[in-house]
Design a protein around this ligand. Structure first.
Ligand code: HEC
Length: 250
């Protein structure tokens, strides 16, 4: 393997292999700036290695030199003359070109709910209704269990088996499914608000929430009024959050 004995090939191999090892070989992946520092150290070490004595240095420079001047390397020279500027040009282009960016979306995450909604022909007063299932504390556990069943059948795929918004489908949606464990979601909402959001879903969101490409389905045709209250009860029970109370002054 006379090729491997060439100082130049050795130097290039060391640099390339170290780059591959640093870039793809280590877990967790190193940040780009760290890889740059390591590569600078590797290149300096290789230069010291090939220039340790004058024989080694001459052996290292020889292939470079002969590529530049030997008449029989004319084609290699021409190829370099084309390929190197192209690579540099490509690099400059990738640095300067504008990257496609999604336009910023300013959306009202918790828009004001309507005062009342139509639910299967019945009017429900969102600003004044409490969760009716809480009136009977003895039956609450049964409702929570029924809510868990409804959740697993209908909601888990998006909102996650841990109620943290990390369901199977979640990575495909922007905005992501709500994370009910987060104190910024159901903990700061009234139960009636949840009823509205679950019954009407994304299609029921008001204008101020546009551009709003939420995947949240409207459940009014699939779940009964009681089932929606049950799943709401389950959401609070399973996360240990408390719904926001209605101000007593109303
Ligand atoms: C197809 C995926 C999907 C399914 C299935 C789904 N959701 Fe959602 N849900 C979302 C997304 C996305 C959002 C966030 C955007 C929004 O608020 O509309 C959301 C938001 C919500 C919110 C509003 C939370 C907040 O902080 O405003 C509630 C409540 C909710 N979902 C309850 C449910 C319940 C209960 C079910 C099952 C009956 C369910 N979701 C099923 C995708 C889904």
């Amino acid at each position: 393997m006379s090729l491997l004995r060439s100082r130049f090939v050795q130097a290039v191999l060391i640099v390339v292999l170290s780059f591959v090892a640093l870039r793809w070989g280590i877990r967790p992946p190193a940040p780009w700036s760290v890889i740059q520092i390591y590569m600078a150290v590797v290149v300096m070490a290789v230069l010291i290695y090939v220039s340790a004595d004058s024989d080694s240095w001459r052996a290292f420079v020889r292939p470079l030199w002969s590529t530049l001047v030997d008449p029989d390397k004319r084609n290699v020279r021409l190829a370099c003359l084309v390929v190197l500027p192209l690579l540099l040009g490509y690099y400059a282009y990738t640095q300067a070109a504008a990257r496609p960016q999604a336009p910023p979306e300013l959306r009202a995450v918790h828009p004001a709910p309507p005062a009342a909604i139509q639910f299967r022909g019945k009017e429900i007063d969102i600003s004044g209704v409490d969760n009716p299932l809480r009136k009977d504390p003895a039956a609450l556990r049964t409702h929570v269990a029924a809510g868990a069943d409804i959740y697993v059948r209908n909601c888990m795929y998006c909102h996650g088996d841990n109620l943290d918004g990390k369901g199977h489908f979640a990575p495909g949606f922007n905005p992501p499914p709500a994370n009910f464990q987060d104190p910024g979601t159901i903990a700061m909402l009234q139960e009636a608000y949840l009823f509205w959001r679950i019954a009407k879903g994304a299609p029921g969101l008001p204008k101020e929430s546009t551009p709003w490409n939420s995947a949240m389905p409207a459940w009014e045709d699939r779940l009964t009024e009681e089932q929606i209250w049950q799943v709401i009860t389950y959401l609070y029970d399973a996360t240990g959050q408390q719904p926001r109370r209605r101000e007593a002054a109303h």
